[in-house]
Design a protein around this ligand. Structure first.
Ligand SMILES: Cc1ncc(COP(=O)(O)O)c(C=O)c1O
Length: 362
């Protein structure tokens, strides 16, 4: 039996390979490699797509967060509330500015920040809330907005969702190659709703300068390169189709009965299914069966961020974020990409069916 990977990035761009090579050749002939015409064009096209006044291409999704926090002058002595059930970079970026991440628990049904728990963790030092649109599912922005603090959306996993990049003062994206919109290397983007904030991020990504002569801030060097922008410009018009294919594939898992064997993510407007993350109390056994059958799977954020060694100094202990800890113990993702075959999905469900003992909750 052929292996089924967790994600097959190459299958997504394979039909575009001749055109991709052409675009790469054009960049090589042009001879501009950093912040050239493709980056400028992609920044405009991404802004139009997202419905924001401005976007800024940066080196990766982690730098995108740091740059936004720097531009907002959030740093030492400040607190930013974020989930602990997210990729480490969310909190690491906050720490890199000198600020303190304050972890709030998640909603068990959505795996996104629980606004009621966020509200309880607000202090006079809280300068922003950083919701993560986890696994492509929009975070509860309307409820979080009511808490009266600036929202910085970590949208690394949710490019293409019409629900993101509207409520926050800024949103950050990653184009790491497994993301819904992906580059052929590292890349990231900041989308702003306030052009003045955009201007500061634009300067900070290049050493705090507008003109490479006068340096007004201490910034960094984190720029999107032309090859990445050329690939992203080719892929962006295909994104809605790819996201529709992801949604269809998750629907097929449900039709095949996977939801009776474990808890599948529930649908919601704007959910772009970066990953298909299921839950089961038998997670470890199901994953072992998948591995045995040559099928890729993964589990996320275990230990969750509040229990990671680098963040021990924050003083959290096991039991502090019960829903986060439960989700970390139970979640696993099954293969998903735009273009996964129905037979591949049938095999995934067959293997889980043979290994599952306990019917899914509810
Ligand atoms: C939620 C989240 N935030 C931030 C990042 C960081 O993005 P990058 O890997 O491009 O630095 C990622 C990337 O995996 C992510 O999933």
């Amino acid at each position: 039996m052929p292996r089924i990977p967790l994600v097959d990035v190459k299958a997504q761009y394979a039909p575009l390979l001749p055109e991709l090579k052409q675009r790469i050749a054009e960049v090589l002939e042009e001879g501009t490699f950093v912040l050239g015409p493709n980056v400028a064009a992609f920044e405009r096209e991404a802004a139009d797509y997202l419905g924001v006044p401005e976007t800024i291409g940066v080196g990766n999704g982690t730098d995108a967060i740091v740059l936004v926090l720097n531009a907002l002058e959030i740093g030492r002595g400040d607190e930013v509330i974020c989930p602990a059930f997210t990729f480490y970079a969310t909190a690491e970026a906050i720490v890199r500015t000198g600020a303190t991440p304050v972890f709030a628990d998640i909603d068990a049904a959505t795996l996104n920040l629980d606004p009621a728990d966020v509200a309880e963790r607000i202090t006079p030092r809280t300068k922003a809330i950083m919701p993560v649109h986890l696994f492509g599912r929009p975070a509860p922005l309307a409820e979080l907005s009511k808490l009266g603090l600036p929202l910085i959306e970590d949208a690394a996993q949710a490019f293409g969702s019409p629900a993101v990049a509207r409520a926050g003062v800024a949103s950050t994206f990653s184009f790491y190659p497994t993301k819904n919109l992906f580059a052929i290397g590292d890349g990231g983007l900041v989308a702003v709703t306030d052009p003045e904030l955009g201007e500061r991020v634009r300067m900070l990504r290049f050493h705090g300068s507008r003109d490479k002569v006068t340096f007004e801030y201490v910034g960094t060097n984190s720029r999107l390169d032309e090859l990445q922008a050329a690939a992203l410009r080719l892929f962006l018009p295909r994104l809605d189709g790819w996201n529709a294919a992801r949604r269809e594939a998750v629907g097929r898992y449900a039709e095949l009965g996977l939801g009776e064997l474990c808890d599948l993510p529930t649908d919601e407007p704007g959910h772009v299914y970066h990953l298909c993350v299921a839950r089961s109390a038998e997670r470890d056994r199901l994953r072992a069966a998948l591995t045995e059958a040559g099928i890729g799977s993964a589990q996320y954020y275990l230990p969750p961020l509040h229990l990671q060694p680098a963040l021990r100094y924050l003083g959290y202990r096991e039991g502090d974020l019960p829903e986060t800890e439960r989700a970390a113990a139970e979640n696993f993702s099954v293969p998903l990409w735009a273009g996964i075959g129905a037979e591949q999905q049938e095999r995934v469900v067959q293997v889980i069916r043979a290994a599952a003992r306990v019917p899914a909750a509810s």
